[in-house]
Write a new protein. Structure first.
Ligand code: SAM
Length: 196
């Protein structure tokens, strides 16, 4: 049966499917083990392109392995998503974040950080097409997760409502601390979002 209130990761994919067109350029800001990168590469098709960022070579290797032949549609970037504007030109069709640490990694202390995550979102909002969407899966159960959650909520709440709509989605009855979703939809053209 169809689930109307999906979990966070399926919902983030659904939002991207509804806003990103075939042939567009998109960004996976946190490649990790490549689940979102693969989804994005399949969705944008042969004419599209994915820029996938991670600061760990191990993550990019794991992503490349998952992609197989789809690697042709993907540029793997070993750099922080905070430098996205060095690699990617406007307009992009959408972007996905999956915050926290790399699952199954030897070093679970390597995590996304408030300042760089916010810098990346801010720059990606400028690069995004009008009507485009940025999805962010936010985990707050690990060490450092609460600080990132608080900083992010403060930042997105201050984005001007004429420029973007920001939504937070969360299932409230789940065990094992699943992520919540932040989704940001760009409503008009701008190079840099205004803050209130
Ligand atoms: N979406 C991924 C998947 O499908 O497997 C999972 C991503 S994992 C939760 C978070 C990733 O963000 C880790 O691989 C970590 O190395 C990476 N990361 C941490 N800080 C980063 C930064 N500043 N720029 C880019 N990636 C970063």
């Amino acid at each position: 049966s169809q689930i109307i209130l999906p979990r966070v990761l399926p919902l983030s994919k659904r939002l991207i499917e509804q806003t990103v067109l075939q042939g567009e350029v998109v960004v996976d800001a946190t490649a990790g083990n490549g689940n979102d990168t693969k989804f994005l590469a399949e969705h944008v098709g042969e004419e599209g392109h994915v820029f996938a960022f991670d600061i760990q070579q191990q993550a990019l290797d794991s992503t490349a392995e998952r992609l197989q032949a789809l690697t042709e549609r993907v540029t793997l970037v070993l750099d922080s998503h905070a430098h996205v504007d060095k690699y990617v030109q406007a307009p992009i069709g959408g972007a996905m974040f999956n915050l926290g640490y790399l699952p199954y990694s030897d070093d679970l202390s390597i995590i996304t950080k408030p300042d760089t995550t916010i810098e990346a979102i801010h720059k990606l909002l400028g690069l995004l097409k009008k009507d485009g969407m940025i999805t962010i899966a936010v985990y707050d159960g690990h060490e450092g997760g609460k600080e990132e959650r608080e900083a992010l909520l403060q930042y997105v709440t201050k984005l001007h409502q004429v420029d973007v709509h920001v939504a937070k989605y969360e299932l409230l009855n789940q065990l094992n601390k699943p992520p919540f979703l932040l989704a940001i939809e760009k409503l008009r053209d701008f190079d840099e979002p205004r803050m209130i």
